[in-house]
Design a protein around this ligand. Structure first.
Ligand SMILES: [Zn+2]
Length: 380
């Protein structure tokens, strides 16, 4: 059956009834819990049910309310992010407040399978992974940066080729498995922030983009798919089966070490003091920030409907000519910190080294003819 829409008002009544009925020595909401209760009281997540309704089957038993499962998932991440879903279900049984805040009656908490079925509805793809599980082992380690600096782009031409391809294909929007979640995020969370003025001026938004390392495991796990080793061949080039193909190894420039996992590339609103996220995206750890920006900015531009992007603020890892070209092409004004090691830069004036510079507007006409000729103006 399709899930039935339950308005947020009904959830609020459910909370009130249960708090009144249960309050006593066995059920206490301590001071530290009130911010949590307030957050869930205020946040209307009921719209996830109509959003996912189409993806549920017409037959079978009535499913759990997707809004309750989603609330429970958020509560899990906010309170006990390290324990895993199985243990979270035990935690909800131990702590009645968590079950009630999720919207479940005490003694009627769903099982692990219900949560995993719900995750499948959120992820718009039959495949759990973005990249194929069968891959060849990477021969070389990703490049590391010099002391205190970001890793250099592996091949400078790669970003340029990607930008070139992207600019020819920006009109064509490819569906992503993450689209359902992003549409929910945009319609029900970003739009509320925009209305409250927390994102800044929506008709001319300023955003910033940067990557953060997210460690998932110490080593990558993979199995061989051939019997070369049994035959005594130590080196072979057959593909291996990776358990987490979307993760790989990358360079963490601030801790100056390699790590295994993702780079979380985040486009955030930079025009207000809140720095709220606009478009978070997990990229493989080996992916350079400049490449992630190209992918994220195009995807974001195709999906964001709440306003117009006007400025993009980026760090020195993005200081490449093709990034300026792409952002100008998308109608954004680039503000990029200069890469001090880049030979193409004009030397900064004395005393100006810590100030951000930006390119003057690129001349009208074919962006490909534009060369980085060192026209830089001091950013306001
Ligand atoms: Zn082999």
């Amino acid at each position: 059956m399709k899930p039935v829409f339950i308005p947020h008002l009904c959830y609020q009544q459910f909370l009130l009834e249960n708090f009144r009925r249960l309050s006593g020595p066995a059920f206490v909401i301590i001071n530290k819990d009130w911010p949590l209760v307030t957050k869930f009281w205020m946040t209307d997540l009921s719209a996830i049910t109509p959003l996912l309704q189409d993806f549920y089957s017409n037959r079978g038993p009535e499913p759990r309310d997707p809004a309750c499962l989603f609330r429970s998932l958020l509560l899990f991440i906010m309170t006990n992010p390290t324990i895993g879903i199985t243990e979270w279900i035990n935690e909800m049984k131990r702590t009645p407040l968590y079950a009630i805040l999720s919207g479940f009656e005490i003694g009627d908490v769903p099982g692990v399978g219900t949560f995993y079925d719900f995750f499948k509805q959120l992820w718009a793809s039959g495949n759990k992974h973005l990249r194929p599980q069968h891959r060849k082992r990477r021969k070389s380690k990703p490049k590391k940066g010099k002391k205190g600096e970001k890793a250099p782009t592996t091949t400078p031409g790669r970003v340029a080729r990607l930008v070139d391809w992207m600019m020819r294909h920006t009109a064509k929007k490819t569906a992503l498995p993450t689209d359902r979640l992003f549409h929910f995020f945009q319609d029900n969370i970003l739009s509320v922030s925009a209305r409250l003025g927390l994102l800044g001026d929506c008709s001319a938004l300023s955003a910033s983009g940067d990557g953060t390392p997210i460690v998932t495991a110490a080593y990558s796990r993979s199995k061989s798919t051939c019997d070369c080793r049994a035959q005594g061949l130590a080196e072979c080039s057959h593909p291996r089966l990776y358990s987490q193909p979307d993760c790989d190894s990358g360079w963490d420039s601030s801790r100056e070490k390699y790590f295994q996992g993702f780079h979380l590339y985040m486009i955030s609103a930079a025009d207000s003091k809140h720095d709220l996220p606009l478009y978070p995206k997990l990229q493989p750890a080996s992916r350079h920030d400049a490449v992630s920006l190209v992918l994220s900015s195009v995807e974001f531009k195709q999906r964001f409907t709440l306003g117009t992007m006007d400025k993009m603020i980026l760090d020195a890892a993005h200081d490449a000519e093709s990034i300026y070209v792409l952002l100008e092409h998308q109608g954004m004004e680039p503000f990029i910190d200069l890469n001090v090691r880049s030979k193409k830069n004009t030397p900064a004036k004395e005393g100006d080294s810590n100030l951000a510079y930006r390119h003057s507007h690129l001349p009208e006409g074919d962006p490909y003819e534009t060369k980085r000729n060192g026209h830089k103006t001091l950013s306001p």
